[in-house]
Design a protein around this ligand. Structure first.
Ligand code: BES
Ligand code: MN
Ligand code: ZN
Length: 494
């Protein structure tokens, strides 16, 4: 989907115009009403469209104007119109027209918002246009997208283009995160995933891949144990963006990248096991964020690091009862081979905090099914030793519509991962506080630096089920790119 910006008065393709709550027409909508002899008002009267945020109404082949159709979009109450409302409006118009035969639409936003708002409508349009069609060889013509261009009119076109240079990069990041999450696990395995990340060098990122021989040298037996039943070699990929002052300590983003999680010898039940192709959602968010930061040339030093592993049952697979020594030297008793994400992150976290001496660490992982039980699929859980990070992430989540909620850590939960046989064990106390004991496990590997774990088991997958939000047409949601981009923008750039 191409997003372009043009001056007021431009009219290519379908024309989309805003209506506020209680049928209050924007200037553009009023203009169209006059030109069509009142067709706009008549259509509104004949329907349940009232201008509420997110609503749309299509008027096909109106007389009096050249355009093949008018799409009215609601912006809700004028004084409550946030960037989020504009994103959803751009998305709703695209959703309406995407496969309908129209090839272009002009979104009349001049006079309604500033350059930043125009760009945010563009972001919404891009997010709604996402498709995962690459394995659909028999799509019928009317199932294929027809809409190729969205033109957004703005008062100051140059300023809108400049704002888009930044928000378009965020859209690129979300799309990439969705793509890797959606890809099947035979296509995206640790080896092909690492290759794909190497390709990100073209965007100005410095890439480094760590292979199993090197991990063995480093003593990463927690991570290696998880991958030892797989035919694919485990990899760690590092993405470095140096947009900030030279020598300034970087922000560190760490992602769980299980390209498939069968559970291993503690095999998962068969129903919906295919969904564990999305168990690399944390790494997808990190990869997408790094793409966004590089794309918009963010003024920050950031490192992304992801552990890419496949968890499979095999004659050589890890067993329940095994005790492994992590890179940190701490020993871990494996009591369930399906609690593998924390084992991968243990070594990646330790290695990265030790090597990069970051200002702060944020890890993302589809870590526990218990997260879905606690917070459902609209909000991710955060677990942190820093009140400042908690506050900043909460605000960034609210502003980006990727909301989070803080859960506790502490001595009462540290007990849940104690064992007589090793330093710690990889599961908690039965069904009690499963997401928290997993976070406590990770805490053992961050060495008291400012750190936050985000459990995205509920939010990384199943996105197309959220029908209320037209920005989310994809199973792999790309969750995490927008909140983290916002977090970086608001606090860590000069
Ligand atoms: N990848 C899963 C968690 C998960 C479940 C993510 C559902 C998304 C949707 C993780 O590796 C896992 O299997 N966790 C176990 C931990 C348990 C064995 C302590 C779980 O949540 O059941
Ligand atoms: Mn698992
Ligand atoms: Zn997993």
């Amino acid at each position: 989907m191409k997003i372009e910006f043009a001056a007021a008065g431009t009219a290519t393709g379908a024309i989309a115009a805003a209506v506020y709550d209680n049928d209050a027409l924007s200037d553009a909508a009023a203009e169209l009403d006059t030109a069509t002899g009142g067709a706009v008002q008549r259509a509104i009267s004949a329907s349940r469209f009232t201008g509420k945020a997110g609503q749309t109404l299509e008027i096909v082949a109106p007389s009096g104007i050249d355009a093949s159709r008018i799409v009215l979009f609601g912006l809700g109450e004028k004084d409550k119109r946030t960037a989020s409302v504009l994103e959803k409006a751009g998305a709703a118009v695209v959703q309406k027209l995407l496969t309908g035969g129209e090839t272009a639409v002009t979104l009349r936003l001049d006079g309604e918002t500033d350059a930043e708002g125009a760009a945010r409508a563009g972001l919404g349009a891009r997010l709604a246009a996402y498709r995962y069609d690459q394995f659909r060889t028999k799509l019928k013509d009317d199932q294929k997208p027809s809409l190729a261009t969205v033109i957004i009119t703005a008062g100051d076109v140059d300023a809108a283009k400049a704002a888009w240079a930044s928000w378009g990069a965020v859209a690129d990041g979300v799309d990439l995160a969705r793509d890797v999450t959606n890809l099947p696990p035979n296509v995206l395995n640790p080896e092909t995933y690492a290759k794909k990340i190497e390709g990100m060098a073209e965007h100005g990122l410095e890439i480094e891949i760590i292979d199993e021989a090197k991990m063995m040298e480093l003593g990463m037996h927690a991570l290696l144990g998880v991958g030892q039943g797989s035919e694919f070699e485990s990899k760690i990929a590092i993405m470095k963006w140096s947009g900030g002052p030279e020598g300034e300590a970087p922000l560190l983003f760490v992602g769980k990248g299980l390209t498939f999680d069968s559970g291993g010898i503690s095999l998962k039940p068969g129903a919906n096991m295919d969904e564990m192709r999305g168990d690399m959602g944390g790494s997808a968010a990190v990869v997408g964020l790094m793409r966004a930061l590089a794309g918009r040339k963010a003024g920050v030093n950031a490192i992304g690091i992801v552990g890419l592993v496949e968890n499979m049952p095999d004659g050589n697979a890890q067993r329940p009862g095994d005790i492994v020594t992590s890179m940190s030297g701490q020993t871990i008793e494996i009591l369930n081979t399906d609690a593998e994400g924390r084992l991968v992150l243990a070594d990646v976290l330790w290695y990265a905090q030790d090597r990069f001496k970051p200002k702060l660490i944020i890890d993302l992982a589809t870590l526990t099914g218990a997260m879905l039980i606690a917070l459902g699929n609209t909000r991710a859980g955060i677990f942190t030793n820093s009140d400042e990070i908690a506050e900043r992430l909460f605000a960034a989540g609210t502003d980006s519509d990727e909301p989070v909620w803080r859960l506790p850590l502490g001595p009462d939960y540290e007990k849940h991962i104690e064992t007589k046989n090793a330093d710690i064990r990889n599961i908690g106390e039965g069904r009690l506080a499963g997401s928290i004991s997993a976070a406590e496990f990770l805490k053992c590997f961050v060495n008291d630096r400012p750190w936050c774990h985000i459990d995205i088991a509920g939010t990384a997958m199943g996105g197309m089920n959220s029908k209320e939000d037209p920005r989310q047409p994809s199973w792999g949601t790309g969750w995490g790119v927008r909140i983290l981009d916002r977090f970086v923008r608001d606090h860590y750039e000069a």
